[in-house]
Write a protein that binds this ligand. Structure first.
Ligand code: SF4
Ligand code: FES
Length: 294
């Protein structure tokens, strides 16, 4: 194999051309890397902007009387990634599972049936599972129901509320049973229509928490208990005798006459029960039952 020596001038030209090509390639490489870097930054910036736009800022009430350092009530901030259709309850569950397992609140059915997640959200009583995050202004302020003793974080003591409900005997009673063991006790369509909305109560306590009268009078039966009394007192199947006893219960000193028709209970009831209307109707029934004609 022979090695041919080239003309020195040609060699120099070639070397310069090679050097030029290398410089050009390097320049291209640098430019390519810069373009890639810019693209990466742009994508990151977009992701950051999207994430910020899709995170909901929650301010959640915290209090734990049993843990030192947490006995002072405070608000904690959580930034929860938003998904379409997300409710306040979904956001709380995310905050608990992803950020702080000690965050405490009640919930069960997640479909406005069990009544366990009534909360004070942005200044109003609402069910967490029924409230869309997208309907709320940020930061979303989540507190326990007002006028109730806080057990921990968003959990309140419902004992007093249940006592008031029990005091109106919230179960069907009748002295007027149909003859024959298998015979049905019929109710007219009109009567069913009359009590229909009152049967929807899920014992969430939102109405009681919104009521100024209940806040000032611990013995006041409250809108939910009176509505429950209405549900049975107006049920034609119970008969007159039981109805009279029911009216006596709701007529007591801390019963229907305490209501000042402020409508706050009606406004917050998640089942749209016309509570104030039912209370007014029971007042009329009580008056009628006390009228005597000689
Ligand atoms: S009446 Fe309405 S607000 Fe009151 S406890 Fe029942 S469902 Fe809740
Ligand atoms: S979780 Fe049952 S009513 Fe909201």
């Amino acid at each position: 194999m022979s090695t041919q020596r080239q003309n020195p001038e040609t060699e120099t030209d070639n070397a310069e051309a090679e050097a030029d090509t290398e410089t050009e390639t390097e320049r291209n490489e640098v430019a390519r890397r810069r373009a890639e870097q810019r693209e990466r930054e742009r994508v990151k910036e977009n992701e950051r902007a999207t994430a910020d736009a899709e995170r909901y800022h929650l301010k959640v009430f915290r209090y734990d009387p049993e843990v030192e350092g947490k006995q002072e009530p405070r608000f904690d901030d959580f930034h929860v990634p938003y998904e379409q259709g997300m409710t306040v309850l979904d956001a709380l569950i995310y905050a608990r599972d992803e950020f702080d397992v000690s965050l405490t609140f009640r919930h069960s059915c997640r479909q406005a049936i069990c009544g366990s997640d009534a909360l004070f959200v942005n200044g109003r009583q609402r069910l967490g599972c029924q409230t869309q995050l997208s309907d709320l202004d940020q930061p979303v302020r989540i507190e326990p129901l007002p006028h109730q003793e806080v057990v921990k974080d968003l959990v309140v003591d419902m004992e007093h509320f249940y006592d008031q409900m029990e005091s109106v005997e919230p179960y069907f009673q009748t002295t007027d049973r149909p003859e024959g063991e298998l015979e049905e006790q019929r109710q007219s369509r009109e009567n069913r229509e009359q009590i229909k909305t009152s049967t929807r109560c899920i014992w969430c306590g939102a109405c009681m928490s919104s009521c100024n009268v209940a806040a000032g009078d611990n013995e006041y039966l409250g809108p939910a208990a009176i509505n429950k009394a209405y549900r049975f007192a107006m049920d034609e199947r119970e008969g007159e005798e039981v109805k009279q006893r029911r009216l006596e219960i709701i007529e007591q000193e801390h019963g229907v006459w305490r209501c000042q028709t402020q409508f706050s209970c009606t406004e917050v009831c998640p089942k749209d029960i016309p509570l104030t209307e039912h209370i007014q109707e029971l007042k009329r029934e009580a008056v009628k039952s006390n009228l005597k004609f000689w």
